[in-house]
Design a protein around this ligand. Structure first.
Ligand code: PEP
Ligand code: MN
Length: 335
């Protein structure tokens, strides 16, 4: 249910309403929309009916919620999500880049300073890696997190890194400026709930076999726990086409921009799976409305411990950054 509060609602009335909702163990999220205060209330329908909030002095109108994911829906106000000092979704194109995995401190520093020089404002790198084979490199764990945090602070870049397991959430949150929940974990509901209980920004990647609706419902899990700092990342879905690793769903980017209030970014690296195709996929993503990109870059891709074939060299990333910035600028000028 959406409660539209009276224009002249007093603070005590507003607070009494929120208290009554929370006492009834209903989720209540207050937001400003079109100059009005609105409260999104979610919870069991019978509890909502029992409370009969329509008559409350703070409430002007109560509207039924028609969306299955009301908190992420467009009805609410759009606001940028901050990763450190970087605002994602505030009108700028945000470039996040770095290696697939954190492998070694000196190498990470080399890659990080190269991507920073080319226009990246957030450093990415996995310390906990979800690998198809248990025998592949699965990341440096806590040591990798420390390297990421140290190199990020040295270079003034906030860092985003993947959390695989709810048991690691506190540890990862201690070192990272933003948590990445990867494609393979998009429907790991206990992980979504725990991420929702932190106040860390979350980059949520679309599952490779998930629909847009399932993606939005996964984001809703995080918001329903009280964390609205969520960035949606389209990273390609699995289809019959096997000349690319995944297939970037360009229409999903446009659709997400239309239907949600959350910033939408894209990952052209995991979509293409091949460095030669990453720039074209990146350009398409930005043209479709992506507000940022997450790109894998390595200075020695042939020696990378994971995802080397899709990693751009710094020069390639620099050229990509130039192109997508021009496309983003052209779209902004048009609107
Ligand atoms: C990654 O970003 O390195 C990663 C594993 O991505 P995804 O979850 O999209 O496969
Ligand atoms: Mn990767």
């Amino acid at each position: 249910m959406i409660l539209i509060l009276r224009k002249d609602v007093s603070d005590p009335d507003r607070e009494a309403l929120l208290l009554a909702l929370r006492r009834a163990e209903l989720q209540a999220e207050e937001q400003a929309a079109d100059g009005r205060r609105v409260v999104f209330v979610t919870g069991p329908a019978d509890l909502l009916r029992e409370l009969s909030v329509e008559g409350h002095p703070a409430v002007e109108r109560a509207l039924p919620l028609t969306s299955p994911h009301p908190l992420v829906s467009r009805a609410a106000a759009r606001a940028p999500v901050r990763i450190g000092a970087v605002a994602v979704g505030g009108g700028q194109l945000t470039l996040m880049a770095g290696p697939c995995a954190v492998e070694d401190r000196a190498l990470l520093r080399e890659i990080a300073s190269a991507v920073r020089g080319a226009g990246a404002v957030v450093l990415r790198g996995g310390a906990f890696k979800p690998r198809t084979s248990p025998y592949a490199f699965r990341g440096l764990g806590e040591e990798g997190l420390r390297m990421l945090r140290d190199v990020g602070s040295e270079l003034g870049l906030p860092v985003v890194t993947e959390v695989l397991d709810p048991r690691h959430l506190e540890l990862v949150a201690r070192h990272a400026d933003a948590l990445q929940i990867g494609a393979r974990n998009m429907q790991n509901f206990p992980l979504l709930v725990e991420a929702g209980r932190t106040r860390k920004p979350v980059v949520l990647k679309r599952g490779m076999g998930s629909t847009v609706k399932e993606f939005l419902l996964a984001a809703e899990y995080i918001l329903a726990e009280g964390n609205d700092q969520v960035i949606l990342c389209e990273r390609g879905i699995r289809t019959f086409e096997d000349s690319v690793r995944h297939l970037l769903d360009v229409a999903a980017i446009a659709q997400l921009r239309e239907t949600t209030r959350l910033p939408v970014i894209a990952d052209p690296s995991h979509a293409a799976g091949r460095a030669d195709l990453v720039p074209a996929v990146a350009r398409a993503a930005v043209a479709a409305g992506a507000e940022g990109l997450l790109v894998e870059v390595h200075t020695r891709p042939e020696r990378a411990l994971s995802d080397g074939p899709q990693a751009l060299m710094p020069e390639g990333f620099r050229a990509l950054a130039r192109e997508v910035t021009a496309i983003h600028g052209a779209l902004r000028d048009r609107s």
